[in-house]
Design a protein. Structure first.
Length: 321
């Protein structure tokens, strides 16, 4: 991490705002795309083609994460990953992050250290920095991340470009985070593969720009569930989407976990969120780029079906529902 281990037992109030900022930013260096990093009134990042892609997600303790289920380091990685997957879903590459942290005065600096380490690790994995942010007092531990990206001369791939006749394809894993949530909710901490998927998603970051370069007509990251997020594409594009059940892989590990819990693994794959996979539509005459698998087709009409029929309990996650 960097900070002296003798400070580990300190609280946020003992260290102070500026001491805490120094603690999570010192010794990190910066990537070439960060022209001016933490320490001034604002960061300065390069934008090679004059356009900036921006997205924000907020993670609240006991709503989006639980520290009895995940370590602060895992929460930090997840906070960054859910934002970077949105950048990838636009066909862009990430350039930097801005982070807001709200916590109580009595929060241990070890928690903040873990969050920071996880965020830096996930950011450095794609070659970017935590370029700046803010820290404030709150009774609820909250992490807000704004991710910035660039299109490298390409047009953004939006949700509204799907056309009848297009092929629907996915990149990344589906259903694993939902399976992990089911395991954790039952009080178990294994199998580690599925529990780990709930704690830290593994978005296919490179698949987004690859899809854009291959002519994807629409794209979205799968945070609420495959069917729910394809529903957003269908609505924005004013088309219908039919998913072929036999084309959506159900991994053997999920089948085994579902059998042990008395659950339906296909339901996890079709409706489970938080894997941060990507879904996109492509012209039928084009080959799918590496890492993408066809799972359905776009047609005329409205809505999302599975094998031509409505799927029970299709809706994914919604706040305030």
């Amino acid at each position: 991490m960097g900070p002296d281990s003798s400070q580990d037992a300190q609280t946020v109030s003992q260290l102070g705002e500026f001491g805490l900022i120094r603690r999570v930013t010192s010794g990190r260096g910066q990537s070439p795309g960060t022209l001016l990093g933490p320490g001034d009134d604002a960061a300065v990042l390069s934008a090679s083609d004059g356009r900036v892609v921006a997205t924000t997600d907020v993670l609240v303790q006991n709503v989006h994460f639980r520290l009895d289920w995940s370590t602060p380091h895992q929460v930090g990685r997840k906070a960054v990953a859910v934002n970077l997957s949105d950048i990838a879903a636009m066909g862009a590459v990430p350039t930097g992050l801005l982070v807001g942290l709200a916590c109580s005065a009595e929060e241990s600096t070890t928690v903040v250290d873990g969050l920071a380490a996880g965020m830096w690790e996930e950011a450095r994995g794609v070659g970017i920095d935590l370029a700046g942010g803010d820290m404030v007092t709150s009774t609820t531990l909250t992490v807000s991340v704004t991710a910035l990206g660039e299109l490298e001369g390409r047009e953004p791939v939006t949700r509204s470009g799907a056309r009848p006749g297009d092929v629907v394809a996915v990149a990344g894993r589906l259903g694993w985070a939902a399976a992990g949530l089911a395991v954790l909710a039952r009080g178990f901490r294994s199998p580690l593969a599925v529990v780990g998927a709930q704690r830290v998603p593994e978005p296919p970051y490179e698949a987004g720009p690859l899809a854009a370069a291959a002519g994807a007509t629409s794209m979205i990251d799968i945070s609420d569930g495959l069917l729910a997020d394809l529903g957003h594409v269908a609505e924005a594009s004013q088309v219908s989407i039919d998913v072929r059940g036999d084309q959506v892989e159900i991994p053997q590990r999920l089948i085994e976990v579902a059998s042990a819990l008395g659950a339906n693994p296909q339901h996890w794959v079709l409706t489970g969120g938080e894997d941060q996979a990507l879904a996109a539509t492509f012209p039928a005459e084009r080959s799918l780029p590496q890492g993408w698998t066809a799972v359905g087709t776009v047609g005329r009409g409205r809505g999302v079906t599975v094998d031509g029929a409505d799927y029970d309990e299709q809706e994914g996650w919604q706040h305030w529902r």
